[in-house]
Write a protein that binds this ligand. Structure first.
Ligand SMILES: *Cc1c(COP(=O)(O)O)cnc(C)c1O
Length: 400
């Protein structure tokens, strides 16, 4: 185990402080390390592995596509591309999709589509985007420019221009930034990395309203909170708010790297055209076979319904933990995207390390939040096991 860690540290650029665990394989909602130790996985590769490891039919679909062809470029059509596009467009109630290789690239495409839409209206090149403080949209220069985290941005200035920041869940702070240059407002329906903050109904509906009044495009980043995680296929459904542009990734390929940005009809009709945007890999037959299979499984096995059924039990167990331990001070979230605020002299990092010793994987969000984003297929017995292990982990932190 140590030799893989040493080898990786010698050759992989050190941009992550990794946990001292070498993962070898997964099975259901469990991961195993190279020493054979098992971990109940309530991190799912950062909200990616929605179906858990080796969901029936998924591996087979991927292997079948590998045996046909994995990549053809976007100069040709393929059946997986066509199927996946129809399924994701219908599932999101949008009009058109562009497949990317990551969430970050989906954000880049969304920004370009919004700017092009505004450019076609007035021919100006000084459009502005309003983004939120404590947001996370990715690390490329464009996505970083709309990520409201000064620490992530500082060393990489100058960033993309024309971005203003407002306070999440403070409608007035958004309205104050709106002017005739505003082409888009971008936000996560539930802020993930920033600490698991769901949008309030008043906030999201208020933003939709000003966007409608001024023909500003609403970009909802559903990369983490989408794909069933909150008990809706996409989190915005709970608010009855439909975006003009939506970004999706993480659970979209359940482990296969793929993202997408989706446009409604109005935006699709008057934005990106041939020559405006492209990708070599994006939407290739392998990635879109994964998307197609994931969406089939979601429908056939009613994954979103399962989340809705199991979420109250999850919340109840987490609330009990918060009541029991004085270092856990609050719970926030929706469905299977939950955050527990940690305080009173304890940090999420301490709990995460103790939990690993107990055989439980959890992660953090922001500086003081323990994030729980399990595979969507967890059952009550897994939630019980998580609660027991987390309780023991917290007791362990208190002892040290
Ligand atoms: C993870 C994430 C991204 C970036 O996605 P990558 O696939 O890492 O590029 C963007 N937005 C949100 C809300 C995310 O959680």
């Amino acid at each position: 185990m140590n030799s893989y860690m040493d080898q990786a540290e010698q050759y992989v650029l050190h941009t992550y402080n990794r946990f001292p665990i070498v993962i070898e394989s997964g099975d259901g909602v469990y991961l195993k390390d190279t020493d054979g130790k098992e971990y109940l996985d309530f991190a799912s590769g950062i909200a990616v592995y929605a179906l858990g490891y080796h969901y029936p039919g998924f591996d087979e679909a991927l292997k079948e596509q590998i045996d046909k062809v994995m990549h053809i470029s976007n100069l040709f059509y393929s059946a997986p591309l066509a199927d996946a596009a129809e399924k994701v467009v219908k599932a999101s109630k949008m009009s058109k999709v562009f497949f990317t290789n990551s969430g970050t690239e989906a954000i880049e495409g969304a920004i370009k589509a919004a700017r092009k839409y505004a450019y076609l209206k007035d021919g100006r090149t000084d459009h502005e985007i309003i983004a939120m403080q404590h947001s996370f949209h990715g690390r490329s220069v464009g996505a970083l420019s709309v990520t409201g985290n000064a620490h992530y941005q500082e060393a990489f200035r100058p960033l993309m221009g024309g971005v203003k920041f407002a306070e999440y869940n403070d409608l007035q702070s958004v309205l104050e930034q709106v002017n005739e240059h505003t082409c888009a407002i971008i936000l996560e329906t539930v802020q993930g990395e920033g600490g698991i903050y769901p949008a309030t109904e008043e906030f999201l509906k208020g933003i939709r309203k000003v966007c409608d009044e001024k023909d500003i495009l609403l970009i909802l980043d559903e990369i983490q909170c989408g794909m069933g995680r909150t008990g809706e296929m996409f989190a915005c459904e709970a608010y009855d708010v439909q975006p003009d542009i939506m970004t999706v990734a993480k659970a979209l390929g359940c482990g296969v790297p793929v993202g997408a940005f989706l446009l409604n009809e109005k935006t699709a009709k008057a934005s990106l055209v041939p020559g405006d945007h492209g990708t070599t890999y994006g939407g290739n037959p392998f990635a879109t076979a994964a998307v197609s299979c994931v969406l089939d499984i979601f429908e056939k096995d009613q994954i979103v319904e399962h989340v809705r059924e199991i979420a109250p039990y999850f919340e109840q167990k987490l609330d009990a933990l918060v009541a029991e331990h004085d270092c856990l001070t609050a719970r926030r979230g929706r469905g299977l995207m939950q955050g527990i605020v940690v305080g009173n002299g304890v940090t999420p990092g301490q709990i995460i390390l103790e939990a690993q010793k107990e055989g439980l994987l959890v992660i953090s969000a922001g500086s003081d939040v323990l994030r729980l984003v399990p595979p969507l297929v967890i059952e009550e017995k897994h939630i019980d096991e998580m609660a027991e292990k987390l309780s023991r982990a917290i007791a362990g932190v208190r002892k040290n």
